[in-house]
Design a protein around this ligand. Structure first.
Ligand code: TNX
Length: 598
């Protein structure tokens, strides 16, 4: 039974829904108080003493009951995620598995180091459909990340529908062209893959769907409209943005900039001195604000880019940042921008803006803005948090942040760093961490997952746990269980950062007559294995099982970027009766049908 105080009921329901499929338990949620044999959720706004209280929780497991207490809904939700994790990796199974659901007797008092723990998804270079984004969100939620930063526009594509509704007086821009024209473009091939990037865009309904899915899991969506560079998708779609100071300059006969579909960076520029630039940005950002009610601890952040503006003069760049950040402030939001914006135009950015650090050192200029003007950092140092960087030297992919050719950003690089030490700023000046995936080379959820997991979980811990309490060896041990959890959930991952174990569970079987075939009797997880052999033992009887992988193993090492599939649940089946019809064999002990695999 799951019991909850009325205010905690919604989270209790989410927890019950999360573990119902695997346990097969009914898990009725009641609001009546109980103190025995229940999993109990209590919202207690006065609960104090938790690390970073706003998102903290307490979890007490005794023989009598499990009690989760937190001062906020998000804390309760995180308590539920920890409890699910304690139930073991098979709690993620979509079908009931045979196991004793044991939770160790623990008392946990927990909370995150930083209040902003993000994942950034670039869908401009290559689009990602809604159902795939949701599968990533599930993983973010399970690991208590609370921000999904969406890089919605860049040179190669514009991914969010903007309507003409509410245009300012005199604004004659047709915003629907953003998606009809630049939703249809994406990178073509890249250095690592010959497959073209995926085109597409989110309709207003799609966007609402992503936001509510994230919100139900306490994840806020922070949108980014990059500029003045990384803006060719807008220049390609909208005639009015192409003016004297925009780049590339129009050639004879062109009315808009041609699409950029290679993987070059920083080539385009909006015209900082064209009023239409700001009419456009104001309209787009206002619609994004109206569409998105999610906040990070009560704050709304809007990311305005600012990175790699190679064809914008410093003066124009400063003008752009001044105007763009003013538009954000007018929308009651906090501007966030890549570090270049602060190095070149920090004086134009409002107090309290967020510096998104990504490469090199945190500059003295940035540290000064933090010390004197209330600005804060979110840390995405490429060498410790850039997910496109290849995780191992044996596979192809970018490695410029970790030693260039011959190097790689492995799990240790992702786990073993301290944001505060690296930035030279104490924690008061650090909002949090973000792990970005850039999609120049990504063509499927599968190929993205290979780069995301398990390194994303290293960033998760950098954001959650004090540096002094993190040990790479301890993390590596836990990654073994994570491998099973990801496999059970149907997620792909990079296999070089852990040791994997065989893990087997039985299905819950119906009663069978002696000459009936049991059919599906269980599952096995063994990441990296191309096959397993298995048999079912009933009493003294052993039956050979057929073990079928739900997807083929493709290691993708060597030269293939797009075919890297390292794990699959093996379905274990006995499709012929264990003994001939008419024989006298009977299943004597239904509770001991334990599939064995090796
Ligand atoms: C630099 S990181 C970029 C992106 C690229 C990335 C990887 C950052 C702020 N800008 O536009 O995708 O390198 O190539």
């Amino acid at each position: 039974m799951v019991a909850a105080s009325p205010e905690a009921r919604a989270t209790a329901e989410k927890f019950a829904a999360l573990i119902r499929p695997a346990t097969g338990y009914e898990l009725t949620v009641t609001t009546s108080a109980t103190d025995r044999n229940a999993i109990e959720f209590v919202l207690d706004p006065d609960l104090s003493g938790l690390p970073n209280g706003a998102e903290g929780y307490q979890l007490e497991v005794s023989e009598e009951r499990v009690l989760i207490t937190a001062p906020t809904q998000i804390g309760l939700y995180y308590g539920a995620q920890t409890l699910a994790q304690l139930l073991g990796p098979w709690v993620r199974s979509a079908q009931p598995v045979q196991q004793t659901w044991l939770v160790p007797a623990v008392t946990i008092s927990d909370g995150p180091r930083y209040g902003y723990r993000g994942f950034m998804l670039d869908m401009s270079r290559s689009f990602m459909p809604v159902d795939e984004v949701k599968q990533i969100i599930d993983e973010l939620a399970a690991h208590k990340l609370n921000v999904l930063h969406l890089h919605l526009s860049d040179d190669q594509g514009w991914r969010i529908a903007i309507s003409n509704q509410g245009r300012a007086e005199g604004d004659d821009i047709d915003y629907t062209l953003l998606t009809t024209r630049s939703g249809a473009t994406a990178v073509t091939k890249s250095q690592w893959t010959d497959l073209p990037g995926r085109t597409g865009f989110y309709t207003a309904d799609d966007f609402a769907d992503i936001i509510s899915y994230a919100d139900a899991r306490h994840i806020a969506v922070v949108p980014e409209i990059d500029g003045p560079a990384h803006a060719n998708a807008a220049l390609h779609a909208i005639e009015q943005l192409n003016s004297e100071g925009s780049y590339p300059a129009l050639k004879e006969g062109e009315t808009t900039a041609p699409p950029i579909v290679n993987t070059s960076v920083g080539d385009s520029s909006l015209d900082a001195n064209n009023p239409a630039t700001y009419t456009f940005l104001r309209h787009v950002l206002r619609q994004l604000v109206e569409a998105n009610s999610t906040l990070v601890h009560g704050e709304r952040y809007l990311h305005i880019g600012g990175d790699e503006s190679f064809n914008t003069s410093d003066e124009a760049f400063r003008t752009y940042m001044d105007n763009a950040s003013q538009i954000v402030s007018d929308l009651d939001a906090i501007p966030m921008a890549w570090k270049e914006a602060f190095n070149k135009a920090g004086d134009k950015m409002p107090d309290g803006s967020i510096i998104h650090h990504w490469v090199g050192d945190v500059s003295a200029t940035a540290r000064n803005l933090i010390a004197t003007r209330g600005m804060k950092l979110t840390m995405s140092p490429a060498s410790h948090a850039y997910l496109p960087q290849r995780p191992g030297v044996d596979i192809i992919g970018p490695s410029w942040a970790c030693g260039g050719t011959g190097g790689a950003c492995g799990i240790n690089a992702f786990y073993n760093w301290d944001p505060s030490t690296l930035a030279g700023v104490d924690d008061a000046g650090i909002l949090g961490v973000t792990a970005p995936i850039w999609s120049e080379h990504i063509r499927s959820l599968n190929s993205m997952e290979y780069l995301l997991y398990p390194r994303l979980m290293a960033t998760v811990e950098v954001g959650w746990t004090p540096h002094s309490e993190r040990q790479i060896n301890d993390f590596r041990t836990r990654v073994t269980t994570l491998g099973t959890a990801l496999t059970v959930s149907g997620r792909n991952f990079y296999p070089g950062d852990g040791t994997w174990e065989l893990d087997v569970r039985g299905a819950v079987l119906p009663e069978l007559a002696h000459d009936e075939a049991p059919g599906l009797v269980g599952w096995a997880s063994l990441p990296g294995a191309t096959g397993v052999t298995a048999e079912l033992q009933i009493g003294d009887e052993k039956i050979a099982l057929e073990a079928t992988a739900s997807r083929e193993y493709l290691d993708g090492a060597g030269q293939d970027f797009d075919h890297r599939q390292v794990n699959s649940i093996f379905e274990l089946r006995a499709d012929t009766p264990p003994c001939p019809a008419g024989s006298t064999h009977r299943f004597l002990d239904r509770n001991r049908r334990t599939p064995l695999a090796h």
